[in-house]
Ligand binder design. Structure first.
Ligand code: UDP
Length: 244
């Protein structure tokens, strides 16, 4: 049932080598078979965080799948001479799963983002994915986690999307994945993007692999986060030497 995928280890984090189409096929099959699935969408920032927090690294490596959400991961795999097939953006998996859920009357639960964003999300999802059953929505600034977990349990969803940013979302999932036989996926700022509160880079920028630059220009506070990249690349280069 579990489809083993080739893995590429980058600084101790094991990435699954897949494509968007293949990955969506694997997930839909698992949902149809009522298998719990924990998906991590990781970028260099998450890899570096995991390197400094061993418990978190352990949590990620125990997820069912970790996909390369970020061109930095693709570059890292290339530098290690173990290239990955393609970048699989968490946002793309998210929208494909919503479409499939709508076509197959599945139930989804959404946790994350600011209250106004999650309210918009409810409207947009009802309009654009009319066949999808919304099992519940919860903004990402709650204090009573037990209550959220209980709401998920009662909704008995097929898919739970958690968009509270990393590492919060992965920690939430690992504590609560036992509440439903569902796909649980951490997807960062995806609710902001789906509702138009944050714009994704135009296709051209994406094709040039410059989405990260576009986002940093639009949201200068993100430049700080890019500062991690040189250290990430240096550590990957070190791994390459050690692998030899
Ligand atoms: N967020 C949340 N709860 C928190 C902190 C953040 O729901 O306690 C939300 C925030 O509103 C945003 C998302 O988490 O929608 C994080 O987005 P970001 O762009 O930082 O995530 P990335 O995709 O870069 O991991």
């Amino acid at each position: 049932m579990t489809e083993p995928m080739n893995q590429v280890s980058i600084l101790g984090i094991n990435f699954d080598d897949t494509t968007l189409d293949n990955f969506v096929r694997v997930l839909t099959k698992r949902i149809d078979n009522h298998l719990r699935t924990f998906v991590v969408t990781a970028n260099p920032e998450i890899v570096m965080y995991a390197n400094e927090h061993k418990k978190f690294a352990h949590l990620i490596n125990n997820a069912d799948y970790t996909i390369p959400d970020g061109i930095g991961i693709i570059l890292g795999a290339k530098l290690l001479a173990t290239p990955l097939s393609e970048r699989v953006a968490g946002y793309d998996v998210f929208t494909r799963m919503l479409k499939w859920g709508s076509d197959n009357q599945k139930t989804a639960f959404f946790v994350g983002a600011k209250p106004n964003v999650i309210a918009d999300l409810r409207k947009i999802v009802s309009r654009e994915y009319p066949g999808l059953i919304i099992g519940g929505t919860q903004d990402g600034y709650f204090t009573d986690e037990q209550a959220v977990a209980e709401a998920i349990r009662q909704a008995d969803p097929d898919m739970v999307f958690v968009a509270t940013g990393s590492p919060k979302q992965e920690e939430f999932i690992s504590r609560n994945i036992n509440k439903a036989e569902a796909l649980f996926m951490g997807i960062g700022g995806s609710f902001d993007v789906l509702t138009g509160n944050v714009k994704r880079a135009p296709k051209k920028w994406q094709d040039l692999k410059l989405e990260w630059l576009y986002r940093a220009i639009k949201e200068p506070s993100r430049f700080k986060r890019l500062a991690i990249l040189p250290k990430y690349l240096a550590d990957v280069a070190k791994q390459r030497i050690n692998n030899k």
